[in-house]
Write a protein that binds this ligand. Structure first.
Ligand code: TXE
Length: 478
């Protein structure tokens, strides 16, 4: 049994209460690790360490920070297999997918190490009267709270810009998937990150997470997770005027017009629907298909899904691993039942699976549903599992109206060969991210985040560097 510890002030420490939580391996349904059940006292220790480390880290020359962050990236690369196996056992995803995600985790450090070197202050001349320059200063101690779906990928997406901008961090990975962040603690020490600059407190959202949000010394919260949790965090943090970046998931439309390259659209749609068991905030879960090609696209999708292997995460051929936790498994199955009650016709999947050798794991067959009205609950609420709904449409206007009909607005994909339509739709859609004839084509310089209930604030590129710094204007009169 693996026993994880908090990483505070550069050392591994048990939680002050001595209490641990059981964490399960989703593919086997068995306890896999014991996770510190930390509380406010552990967050306080982490904060004190971070605050003490801040003056020196803030003043560490940019080149030195650059070297340390790059060394962390190199160590993630050289430990890629170890990380990927840990992540797969903790989260349920296929090992091959976890390996791909580790490349991005390392890249997050490299990218922001470089970004920090380029992040220059602005100056504004007032002709012969004077000049202004704007310092971008680190905030101090910041809080990063990350979810369970892409554990190290999203954890590093937050902490890398926070550290690169000169802040010290108190962080909490998800209690369901803490293992890769734990290993990262070891790596940070090896890479020479000074003690206290990054602190990792493990535990439940409503105790350890809540203590980070409530802490008066923690100046900003970068959070990715559910909308309900995001609203709660906003209500706690707003009266303290904390900076907030909330990335809260979506109910993303994937709109396929009859003039699209259908082979490419179908192939990518399979990926955008089911990658990581559909547990990615960017997954398209409402597939809007123009009527002329509805039957063709539907049949191709169903055929492709019927070839997908669900089961052993260590098998290279596996496309669908296990669902992250028992409660989430039941939640997803509950939505499949709801879809049936709402009149949906299950075209494929629609049930739990017990693959050989993994009979006690939490597996759900990739599921395609049709026949649901666009405004029913199944088509409005985030399921966050391997479940998609097909919805036919006739005109561009109808597609747009349906696409914008949810409370969410994170991402969408539009498939068409008509350039004018693509631009018009992209401008009109209520969404933070629009992909045209692609999905998940990512450039780390671009803003990432959503509108409506998908959150506030943006991550990525200069957006992240701006979030983790405060601008201070200095005006000099001549
Ligand atoms: O996430 P939570 P849950 C969506 C998805 C999923 C739903 C709920 O629809 O079914 O959210 O998932 C910490 N103060 N997404 O309940 O609770 C928690 O410990 C501070 C979308 O597992 O939001 C974890 O570290 N922190 C999504 C993190 O918040 C708190 C990814 C996320 O957990 C807290 C995951 C509190 N009061 C789920 N309560 C995406 N946007 O990609 C919890 N946490």
């Amino acid at each position: 049994m693996i026993q994880l510890q908090n990483y505070i002030n550069g050392s591994f420490e048990p939680p002050k209460s001595g209490a641990y939580l059981e964490n399960f391996e989703p593919a086997k349904g068995e306890v896999f690790s014991m996770v510190p059940n930390s509380g406010p006292e552990d967050v306080e220790a982490a904060y004190q360490a971070a605050w003490a480390a801040f003056p020196a880290w803030k003043n560490t020359p940019a080149e030195e920070k650059f070297k340390i962050l790059n060394r962390i990236a190199e160590l993630i690369d050289s430990n890629r297999n170890r990380f990927a196996e840990a992540e797969s056992r903790d989260q349920g995803k296929p090992v091959w997918l976890a390996k791909n995600e580790m490349v991005r985790a390392a890249q997050n450090f490299r990218f922001f190490a470089t970004a920090a070197m380029q992040f220059a202050s602005e100056s504004h001349s007032m002709e012969d009267r004077g000049i202004n320059y704007t310092l971008r200063q680190p905030l101090g101690v910041v809080g990063c709270i990350s979810p369970w779906n892409l554990p190290l990928y999203l954890y590093t997406w937050k902490i890398a810009p926070a550290l690169a901008a000169g802040n010290c961090v108190v962080s909490k990975p998800s209690e369901f998937t803490p293992y890769s962040a734990y290993i990262l603690g070891e790596i940070c020490t090896e890479a020479g990150l000074p003690a206290g600059v990054l602190n990792i407190v493990h535990g439940l959202g409503n105790s350890a997470g809540q203590a980070i949000v409530e802490h008066p010394g923690i100046k900003a919260i970068s959070f990715t997770g559910g909308t309900v949790t995001g609203k709660h965090i906003a209500s706690v943090a707003a009266p303290m005027f904390k900076k907030l970046s909330l990335e809260l998931g979506g109910k993303n439309p994937n709109i396929i017009f009859a003039d699209a390259d259908l082979e490419k659209a179908v192939k990518t749609t399979i990926n955008s629907s089911f990658l990581n068991q559909g547990e990615i905030c960017l997954c398209g879960s409402r597939i809007l298909i123009q009527k002329q090609v509805y039957e063709t696209v539907k049949n191709k999708l169903v055929d492709a899904v019927n070839q997908m292997k669900t089961g052993n995460p260590a098998d290279e051929k596996t496309r669908i691993g296990a669902i992250v936790s028992k409660p989430h498994y039941h939640k997803v199955l509950g939505y499949i039942d709801l879809a049936k009650e709402e009149g949906g016709n299950i075209l494929t999947g629609g049930k739990a699976l017990d693959p050989e050798g993994f009979e006690n794991g939490w597996f759900i067959a990739p599921t395609i549903i049709e026949g649901l009205p666009y405004d029913c609950r199944t088509n409005q609420e985030e399921i966050f599992g391997p479940v998609v709904s097909l919805i036919p449409f006739e005109t561009e206007e109808e597609a747009l109206q349906m696409a914008n009909s949810t409370n969410y607005g994170l991402a969408c994909s539009i498939w068409t060969s008509d350039l004018n339509r693509a631009h018009k739709m992209a401008a009109a859609i209520e969404s933070g991210i629009v992909w045209i004839n692609c999905w998940l084509l990512r450039d780390l310089r671009t803003p990432f985040g959503g509108v409506k209930q998908s959150g506030v604030g943006r991550e990525g590129g200069w957006e992240a560097m701006r979030f983790f710094t405060d601008p201070k204007n200095v005006c000099i009169a001549f």
